[in-house]
Write a protein that binds this ligand. Sequence first.
Ligand code: ADP
Ligand code: MG
Length: 417
Amino acid sequence: MRFGIRTLDELSVRGKTVLCRVDINQPVDRDAGTLKSINRITACVPTIRELCGKGAKVVLLAHQGSDIEYKNFYTTKPHAAVLSSLLGKEVKWIDDVCGPAARDMIRGLHDGEVLLLDNVRFVAEEQTLFEKNLRLSHEQQAKTLLVQKLAPLADLYVCDAFAAAHRDQPSLCGFEQVLPSAMGRLFEKEYCTVSSVMEHPERPCVFVLGGAKISDAFQMMQTVLERGIADTILTGGLVANIFLIALGSEIGNGSRAFIFKSNYSEFFDRAKELYAKFGDKIKLPSDLAWVENGERREAAIELMPENVTAIDIGHATADAYRTCILHAKTVFVNGPMGIFEQEPSEYGTKELWRALADTEGFTVLGGGDSITATEKYQLTDKIGYICTGGGALIRFLSGEELPVVKALRHGSLISEA
Ligand code: ADP
Ligand code: MG
C-alpha cells in the first residue's frame, strides 16, 4: 500500500476479470478519424501490459472528449488500434459500454486478453452536470447503470487515470465501493512524484503559472504560498493579465475586454489580496506583447498602447524568468505564457520552455496545452517529469483530496475473494 491505496503488487490477477479505468483522452482529427497525439495512450501501456502479462482478463474503460462540450464526444475505436500496435497484441473493441453486447464480450474474454469498451461518457450518468448539479455520492455512483451492469462481471477494479482523478464520476469513483481496488502503475508514479515534489521540494522552488485555468490557478497559488511550498511564482498568460489589471495597470482595452467577457474580473479582489500578502514571491511581467497587422510588437507595462490585446510576455520578462528558472532546484509548470499556438505570440513560451530544458533543477510539467508546447519544441525528454494530468495536477496542488484518491482508499480495504 502507498498512501493507503493498493498497488498492482498487492493484487493477484491471474484468471480474474479486471476493470481498468484509463485516461486516453486525446485530441482527435474528426475528418480523418485519427488521433493527433498518443502520449496518454503510451503512458498507460505499462499497466495494461502488466495486467495481461499476469494473465488477467482486462476490460478497459475510457472517455474521449470534454464533458463540458458534449459535441466533442467521440468513439474510442481509434484508440484500440493504437493500443494494439503499442502492446503488440490485439486489443478487442466493441461499440457498446455496458449493454448486453459489451457484457457478452466481457464474459467471453480469455486470460491475457484485452478489451476496450466504447466512450464511457456516452452513458448519461458519466457527466459533469451530474457531478456539479446532482452531486452523486460515491455510494450513489455505485448504483448507476454502469457500475450495476459491469461490476458483477468483474473481480477487481484498477484505476490508472490520474489525469481524471479530480472527476467525481461513476467510472472513476463508483466501482471502488463494490470491488477490491488498486491504482495502476501510471497512477502510482504520478501520485508519488507529485506528492514528493509537493511535500519536500528542493529549494528554491519556482512555479511557472500561465494559461487560462483561472479559478484553479488562483486556488493553487494560495495553497502553495500559504504552505510555503513555492518560493517564487512566475506568472504569464491570462493569470498575469488578471494580476496586472487588478493592480491598476493599463495593458490594452482588448486585454481588459477579454477578461471582463470571460467573467475573470471576479478574481480581481483575490489577486489584490494575494499580491498584498505575497507580493515578494509573485512575479509579474514587466513587458507584454501584442500582434498588429500580423507582426509582433512589445512594450513595457507602463507604455502599453490603448487599443491592444496582450497575448504574450515580452523579451525583458522572458529574460528575467529564464534566469530564475536556471537558478531553481525545483520547477513546477502549468500553462503557457501566451498564445503559443500562433507564431507571433509563441516567443515567451518557447523561451521559458527552453529554460526548463536547460535548468539543472527538477522540472514537473502538466496540462494538455503545456504538453503540446513541449512536444512542439521537441523538449519532451528534457523535462524531469511530465504529468498526464492538468486539471488533476492543479487540483492536487491546491491541497484538495482528489475524489478518485478517496474512492481508491475505500476500494483498497475491500478484500479479494
Ligand atoms: P494547460 O492545458 O497546459 O493546463 P491552459 O488550458 O490553462 O493550459 O491554458 C492554455 C491556453 O491558454 C492556450 O490555448 C493558450 O493559447 C491560452 N493563453 C495563454 N496566454 C493567453 C493570453 N494572454 N490570452 C489568451 N489566451 C492565452
Ligand atoms: Mg488546456
